[in-house]
Design a protein around this ligand. Structure first.
Ligand code: AMP
Length: 322
């Protein structure tokens, strides 16, 4: 059974996320935005804040206004470890989606203050129950890991680092408990042709949980002795896929933190997959952070229940020809 939802402010577990905070310019078949709040750590925190106290570690420029800080602080997220760089500008990313929303082209990346980002964790951030290393340079991920005492660490990465810093990335993956990446990146990282054999390689390196995100096809979970997968929640209209993967990770990791002593148990991992999937589906309904920032807990529970009904089937044996 899933436990009752937390009242706001009653968080007893904590998650620290280290990663990008950005302004994004996005064009999708359903519209465009010139400048909206984005970044991997932003999307992660908005989802994880439903479950735990979140400490967000990142850097922004002096163009980052109070209105944006207020969104980051949704549901009590601690923003005091965000460095505000005077005379600097916030990371800017621009992208355009193709008609099927699975293909995305990066039009512009201005790293700005993010280029010199040196994560500094306060005592509260270091003492978290779960650490999430969002997609940043693997060497930086390693430095953060060395500063932190959390019993469970999850990590995301991307093709850029697989191509340019694979050895450093593998080194840091060896030290974490859970790898969460896109399935194409998992294959690229391991040079294996399919998700299951690729995940097996990563499990041999050290992590005990591997999650392969498969975009509109959902996500797959592989551990040493089990496999589980969920489709994405079927939506008729996807407005903006940006940050879906990070929102999924926020829901998944957020849920795990609430059960951190059993974070590798199947009966914790599977509902965590469902919460990640449900949250990601809300994120893509509107541009940027709009939908998840004003999402209500009851809506999340309802969608998880729908996913459960949708993926359940009876054991219905039938005689088969030999
Ligand atoms: P996703 O759609 O899950 O791949 O995440 C997209 C988010 O990643 C956007 O909100 C961007 O601001 C952010 N982003 C884009 N490029 C980078 C980068 N080089 N490093 C870190 N974050 C980035």
């Amino acid at each position: 059974m899933l436990e009752a939802p937390l009242e706001s402010g009653a968080h007893s577990m904590s998650v620290t996320v280290v990663g990008s905070i950005a302004f994004d310019a996005v064009t999708t078949p359903l519209g465009e935005r010139e400048r909206m709040l984005g970044g991997a750590a932003t999307h992660f925190a908005l989802a994880a804040s439903f479950f735990d106290r979140v400490h967000l570690v990142g850097s922004v420029g002096d163009d980052f206004g109070e209105d944006s800080f207020a969104v980051l602080a949704t549901r009590g997220t601690d923003v005091s470890d965000i460095e505000r760089v005077a005379d600097g500008r916030t990371l800017f990313w621009a992208g355009r989606y193709g008609s099927d929303l699975n293909s995305r082209e990066t039009l512009d990346t201005k790293l700005n203050v993010f280029a010199d980002f040196e994560p500094k964790l306060s005592a509260a951030s270091r003492d978290c129950d779960v650490l999430f290393l969002a997609n940043i340079q693997p060497e930086l991920q390693h430095k953060v890991l060395d500063q932190c005492n959390s019993p469970f660490v999850a990590l995301d990465s991307m093709n850029l680092w697989i191509e340019n810093a694979r050895d450093a990335l593998v080194d840091v993956i060896r030290e974490v408990d859970c790898l969460i990446v896109n399935d194409a990146e998992l294959r690229q990282l391991t040079k294996r042709p399919n998700v299951v054999s690729a995940a097996r390689d990563v499990l041999d390196w050290g992590p005990s949980v591997v999650v392969a995100k498969q975009g509109e096809y959902g996500a797959a979970l592989v551990t040493a002795d089990s496999f589980f997968a969920l489709p994405a929640y079927p939506l008729e209209s996807v407005v903006d896929p940006t940050g879906a993967g990070d929102t999924f990770a926020g829901g998944f990791v957020g849920y795990l933190a609430r059960h951190v002593d059993r974070a590798t148990d199947e009966d914790v991992l599977r509902p965590a997959m469902a919460y990640g999937t449900a949250l990601a589906s809300f994120n893509v309904e509107e541009f940027g952070t709009d939908r998840v920032a004003r999402l209500a807990a009851a809506e999340v529970h309802h969608r998880v229940a729908e996913l459960r009904a949708m993926t359940h089937f009876e054991r219905a044996p039938v005689a088969l020809a030999r």
